[in-house]
Design a protein around this ligand. Sequence first.
Ligand code: DQA
Length: 142
Amino acid sequence: MKILVIHGPNLNMLGKREPEIYGTLTLAEINKKIKALAKELGLSVSIMQSNSEAEIIERIQKSNYDVLIINPAAYTHTSIAIRDAISASGKPAIEVHLSNIHKREEFRRRSLTAEVSHGQISGFGADSYLLALRAAKSLLSE
Ligand code: DQA
């Protein structure tokens, strides 16, 4: 069972980037937690980060996976192209956010990608990814 994890733009700056909103863990530290839990759950995980919309779309199109876990970051609110790639994949996607996007600025409350995702996990910091992995495991065993 293969999980593809995609971190969108500016998430490479975690640790330094607005720690009061996004926490103090770096992306490398979050990825370490994701890999450890994936191993425990018996899932194979492939992780990528990109600041480029095109690169994210290509990865969704070309990768072989069963469930996509994606934090599209700012593209959540703007990218019809990523939304279309998720929809065209025919695979379940779980949208993840470190912060609770529904209690922030008005423009963050709208997610174009959640509308084509199985569900959204938002507001639990790095644990949002870990909860998504557990949700992916249950989806795959349904
Ligand atoms: C984010 C929330 C987005 O609104 C923001 O643009 C991000 C990170 C989050 O994980 O909380 O870059 O996706």
